[in-house]
Design a protein around this ligand. Sequence first.
Ligand code: NAD
Ligand code: WQD
Length: 337
Amino acid sequence: MAILVTGGTGYIGSHTVVELLTHDFDVVIVDNYSNSNPEVLNRILKITGKRPRFYQIDIRDEEKMRDLFIKEKITDIIHFAGLKSVAESVAKPDLYFSNNVGGSKVLLRLMDEFGIKNIVFSSSATVYGVPDHVPLKETDKVGGCTNPYGQNKLDIEYLLKDYASAHSNANIAILRYFNPIGAHPSGLIGEDPNGIPNNLMPYVTQVAVGKRPFLNVYGDDYQTVDGTGVRDYIHVVDLARGHLYALRKLAEKPGLVIYNLGTGRGTSVLELVHAFEQANGLKIPYQVAPRRPGDVDENYADCIKAYEEMGFKTEFDVVDACRDSWNWQKNNPNGYK
Ligand code: NAD
Ligand code: WQD
């Protein structure tokens, strides 16, 4: 019985692999390293004492993926592999569709062919589009995505729903992540973006390490506590743990289930900056810049369903995440390079 983790050397994948190995799951990773680095495998070994089996394959390569499925006895899949830059998806919509939706289709075909019943999919709060209220519940309307990346996530959710309708024995957990931040407390694995970070926390840590002079705070006139955007920041180790809860849920044969993975608490940009300063005894210079197109005032999760149905709740808060993000960045100023 092995768990196939697609995208397992990426940010969330690597933290999930650590949790899986720590709980004695047999893990097989597939990744094409398009947004990750082989060094991750050494770091996973350092943390857990185990080296998962690894295949460097693009999941769209159906023949190579078939060979993998012939070789390994896969019972469950956790599907992280995908491209995730909102801005890049606007510039390269075809690439995003082919990689994200096309890659997921290959996996579903092979699941069918090899009789694999269980899959956990990395979806995103982005499927809720522009929310008309918070907190967001799994039953709230989805759609109205403002970029191809978000639309890909929704397309894949629909593919999974169709697959579930056609396969009565399939068990599918769609996990809608809110904003993952933080790093493993060891400081050995963490988020390693290419180029200028799009997301808030890696930008803050790069300011802290001296790579960027100041943070741009995109807008201070939102309808929020201090005018800056509010999001639900979940520690990546909590998010990783959420996948083990989802696997346990799938073992109960629930069919298709959908869960938000967040904390249920909103934090503004300036609150996050101040939490970072307080946690690490550092000053983060910032300037208020114009709003970023497509950003919403507030976005945070209603997490009751994941708690009631899987017993999942977060253990870390934003201050823990700020400490762990900084620990990772200061020990690895150039990421894995
Ligand atoms: P990441 O880029 O760090 O990890 C994704 C991994 O997938 C990378 O290692 C990349 O090399 C690999 N990959 C991409 N395309 C591939 C392909 N065709 N074949 C094989 N490997 C491929 O991203 P992450 O932050 O760890 O995100 C993991 C998943 O969670 C993604 O699907 C992402 O869309 C989703 N998600 C992320 C966030 C976030 O803010 N980080 C939020 C919601 C959802
Ligand atoms: C958070 C807040 C910004 C950078 C994105 C994707 C979403 C999901 C998670 C994958 C906002 C502000 C940011 C900066 C800033 N990914 N900000 N200065 O936009 O909530 O979500 O990542 O599924 O799909 O859209 O996250 O970290 O980019 O921004 O002021 O340099 O920080 O305006 O209010 P976002 P983020």
